[in-house]
Design a binder for this molecule. Structure first.
Ligand code: UDX
Ligand code: ADP
Length: 464
């Protein structure tokens, strides 16, 4: 089966970049990305490519190449579903904020709505591809809805988890370590569907890097990959605390263990804590699934990764408070960075939000500079926590569009995101304009300690 038309439901961080690359590499396939959020679609269609709704290095070039040729962004969901042979579901699956599994399980209501909409609209056979991160056995639920509410047409469900990391998404899509496709290879229709998706990726990915498995292995592999990555970060972060008390240096420890080829050097960068839309959500999901199956030891084992991450964020905030003589009320603390990592405007679960919240509890004034995050987004992030009123959040957190203004007159600087530009600031000028003693809390260990100490700063890194 040769696919000629694809529809992707959800024009977010996953759907947008993934479909842009699929369209770029398959000029003969019409790819339509749809979203209920009309503003998002307007932004994706903006002639000015710097106004795309997602900041991802290299994305603008790919969109420029494919948009209007075979890549389209639209709000006409039903029409796109009807015309497509293959439908990707790339909608958000946040952690539930209510009812059973609150704070743990994935909220599948958007996925379920998609399945119902596909069932209602489809009058021809369709291949439905799960792209969103989902708990194990979600494909089964989707299949069930489609089979029981559809118009009697055949639906093949595939799981095709994304492994792209924000900030490097375009490279991850262009040269993926692997593409994983889960499907039902016990039937000929299932095999055909798997093959159809393999062919799409084979336009640019070597066949040996395209892995096919059963649906459940594919779904579980996605959760497992994120759990392993997050676990490495929590492991190194846990040892950073030990380093601080013993005089060992976590950077040296990370280098020493990373040179062991069995361990490897990646994902050993100590930090104020991991963030992002996936790590915490996927682990909580894993924990919830294990718990619901009565596998309590498995659940506890993975839950510890989250607890350690929460501890690392709290520890950072406490260190700032304690160092500033246990009183920060009315003091200004400048934040460099708000995004959960560099090269993205995404702030979901960013450590910055939680550190700011703790410092605001102590009535500090936070002045934040982030090269890509808007003030509206920062306020939304704080309001979402529900710890204080919106007007108090506005009073305590001020977004600055210039880094030097953010740091002018500040009692301390806290680095929350590892943006490259922070390294090349005029640190002498910054020091001159700060309150003394001038403290820097480097939550990413990105600044040059020696240079800063020579200028006169009191530098506090993580784990050394
Ligand atoms: C992650 C996975 O990497 C990706 O495969 C999956 O598809 C989605 O989730 P992402 O969340 O975009 O991607 O970014 P990632 O680079 O994994 O970083 C996650 C968080 O961990 C960030 O806050 C980052 O700063 C932090 N991190 C990462 C560390 O603190 N130390 C490290 O060594 C690596
Ligand atoms: P992700 O990081 O998983 O891509 P995002 O929140 O960035 O998550 O994007 C998900 C997108 O899916 C949002 O733009 C949201 O409006 C869209 N969406 C959710 N449900 C539907 C639906 N039923 N139909 C169309 N779009 C949807």
């Amino acid at each position: 089966m040769k696919i000629k038309s694809i529809c992707c439901i959800g024009a977010g961080y996953v759907g947008g970049p993934t479909m842009a690359v699929i369209a770029q590499k398959n000029p003969n396939i019409k790819v339509t990305v749809v979203d209920l959020n009309a503003q998002r679609i307007v932004d994706w269609n903006n002639k000015d490519l710097s106004k795309l709704p997602i900041y991802e290095p290299g994305l603008d070039d790919v969109v420029a190449e494919a948009r209007g040729r075979n890549l389209f962004f639209s709000t006409k969901v039903d029409e796109a579903i009807d015309q497509a042979q293959m439908i990707f579901i790339s909608v958000n699956t946040p952690t539930k904020t209510y009812g059973a599994g609150k704070g743990m399980a994935a909220d599948l209501k958007y996925v379920e709505l998609c399945a119902r909409q596909i069932a209602k609209v489809a009058t021809r056979d369709k291949i439905v591809v799960e792209k969103s991160t989902l708990p194990v056995k979600t494909a089964e639920a989707i299949q069930n809805i489609l089979d029981n509410t559809g118009n009697g047409v055949d639906f093949q469900i595939l799981s095709n988890p994304e492994f792209l990391a924000e900030g490097t998404a375009m490279r991850d899509l262009a040269v993926p370590d692997r593409v994983l496709i889960g499907g039902d290879s016990t039937t000929s229709k299932g095999q055909e569907a798997i093959q159809a998706l393999v062919e799409i990726y084979a336009s640019w990915v070597p066949k040996e890097n395209i892995l096919t498995t059963n649906v459940w292995s594919s779904e579980l592999s996605k959760l497992t990959a994120n759990a392993f990555l997050a676990q490495r970060v929590s492991s190194i972060n846990s040892l950073s605390e030990l380093c601080e008390v013993t005089g060992a240096n976590i950077q040296e420890v990370a280098k020493a263990i990373g040179m062991d080829s069995r361990i490897g050097s990646k994902f050993l960068q100590v930090s104020v804590g991991f963030g992002g839309s996936c790590f915490q959500k996927d682990i909580l999901n894993l924990v919830y699934i294990a718990k619901s199956l009565g596998l309590n030891e498995v659940a506890d084992y993975w839950h510890q990764v989250i607890l350690m991450n929460n501890h690392q964020r709290e520890r950072f905030a406490k260190k700032i408070i304690k160092t500033l003589y246990s009183t920060i009320s009315g003091k200004t603390i400048a934040f460099l960075g708000w995004a959960f990592k560099k090269d993205t405007n995404d702030t979901r679960e960013s450590a910055a939000i939680y550190v700011a919240d703790s410092l605001m509890d102590e009535q500090a004034i936070i002045k934040v500079y982030d090269p890509k995050v808007t003030s509206t987004q920062m306020q939304l992030d704080l309001n979402y926590l529900n710890t204080r009123s919106e007007s108090e959040n506005i009073k305590y957190l001020k977004t600055q569009i210039d880094p030097y203004t953010a740091m002018d007159g500040a009692h301390a600087i806290a680095v929350l995101t590892e943006w490259d530009e922070f390294k090349s600031y005029d640190w002498k000028r910054i020091y001159k304009n700060m309150q003394k003693p001038a403290f820097i809390f480097d939550g990413r260990n990105v600044l040059d300690r020696q240079i800063l100490e020579n200028i006169g700063f009191i530098y506090k890194g993580i784990g050394y």
